[in-house]
Design a protein around this ligand. Structure first.
Ligand SMILES: Nc1ncnc2c1ncn2[C@@H]1O[C@H](COP(=O)(O)OP(=O)(O)OP(=O)(O)O)[C@@H](O)[C@H]1O
Ligand SMILES: [Mg+2]
Length: 314
């Protein structure tokens, strides 16, 4: 099953396409993952980058979403694009500028939503507003929510010392990626090469960021595997406790051809509705102690740690 990452934010120029193109290159080139980039940006910045820079084996698709139609139509189209993109691939990275015409349901199509943001007060307020409007997606108890990863981008070295994330009120819990530094070398790399190859602080910051994304992906995948295991165990427990009569009945109820779920229909696992199973899921997640320690790392700690590392290098 391919892992799907959406790189999005409502703000222009924060570095979405830079992140999407370079993360795809890193996953393909350094980790050998079969990677697809879907560029939903009409300007095609990330797809152009990967097409014109040296080939790193990423399958590039520049596609159009009918955003102006609003409602479920873009979600429907996105689902079709993703179905094709995952074929024979390990990972899909999608680049999209979010607009209010898009339904938040689109985010449920992804395992991870990565939100690049610069760290000026005004940009952080915009990011906070964006997350606030979509907190129902990340807080959902019915459908499995995508993991949320906020990525400080285009960060100036003097901004590393400001504890800006503590002053912002973020309405949802999220993971904070190590910041990608602002540098002229990153701008020069556009369509020429990749940030992972930059022999400077910006290149280093990008590598830390990309490794953090991979760590977050692994955490997410292990929690998904845990959920699947629990659902399987639950199903077995339920079928064991059924009497033979009930099993007959269950068979009868289950046998009639179920209508094929429409492409738009979400099919949340029934376990997600059960309070008991949610309790079990929580318990299982608590046992993933290592994963938990990374996920629950306090927001400024990542920045502080990063700052310490950089100061030590100077
Ligand atoms: N780390 C960085 N350091 C310096 N410049 C950067 C960095 N990341 C991105 N940029 C520059 O910022 C500009 C915007 O970047 P990018 O196109 O990736 O943002 P975007 O969010 O995709 O923009 P848009 O909303 O227009 O799609 C580009 O000129 C890019 O080269
Ligand atoms: Mg862009």
């Amino acid at each position: 099953m391919a892992f799907k990452i959406l790189v999005t934010s409502q703000k222009g120029g924060v570095g979405k396409s830079t992140v999407a193109a370079n993360l795809s290159a890193f996953l393909s080139c350094q980790l050998g993952m079969r990677t697809t980039l879907i560029d939903w940006d009409p300007h095609g910045s990330s797809s152009n980058w990967l097409r014109r820079a040296p080939n790193v084996g990423v399958l590039v698709q520049h596609l159009t979403l009918p955003i102006e139609m609003g409602g479920n139509r873009p979600v429907f189209e996105a689902r079709m694009h993703l179905r094709r993109a995952v074929q024979g691939h390990d990972i899909v990275v999608a680049d999209l500028t979010w607009t209010d015409a898009l339904a938040g349901e689109l985010m449920f199509e992804f395992d991870m939503v990565l939100v690049p943001t610069s760290v000026s007060e005004i940009e952080l307020a915009a990011t906070s507003g964006f997350l606030s409007r979509h907190r129902w997606v990340f807080d959902s108890a019915i459908t499995k929510s995508p993991a949320l990863l906020v990525c400080p981008t285009r960060v100036l070295s003097e901004q590393l010392n400001s504890n800006i994330f503590t002053r912002q009120r973020f309405p949802v819990s999220f993971m904070l990626a190590p910041p990608i530094l602002e540098s002229q070398s990153a701008r020069d790399m556009y369509e020429q090469g990749y940030l992972m190859d930059l022999p400077d602080a910006c290149g280093e910051s990008f590598l830390s960021f990309a490794q953090a994304v991979v760590a977050a992906k692994d955490i997410r995948m292990s929690s998904q595997a845990q959920d699947q295991l629990q659902n399987a165990v639950k199903t077995r427990l339920v079928s064991k406790t059924l009497t033979s009569g009930e099993r007959q009945l269950d068979k009868l109820v289950a046998t009639p051809a179920r209508p094929t779920p429409s492409v738009l229909a979400t099919t949340p696992p029934s376990a997600a509705y059960s309070i008991l199973s949610r309790h079990r899921q929580r318990k299982a997640q608590e046992s993933l102690t290592e994963a938990k320690s990374v996920v629950s790392m306090a927001i400024p700690d990542f920045l502080k740690r990063f700052t310490r590392q950089n100061t030590a290098k100077m």
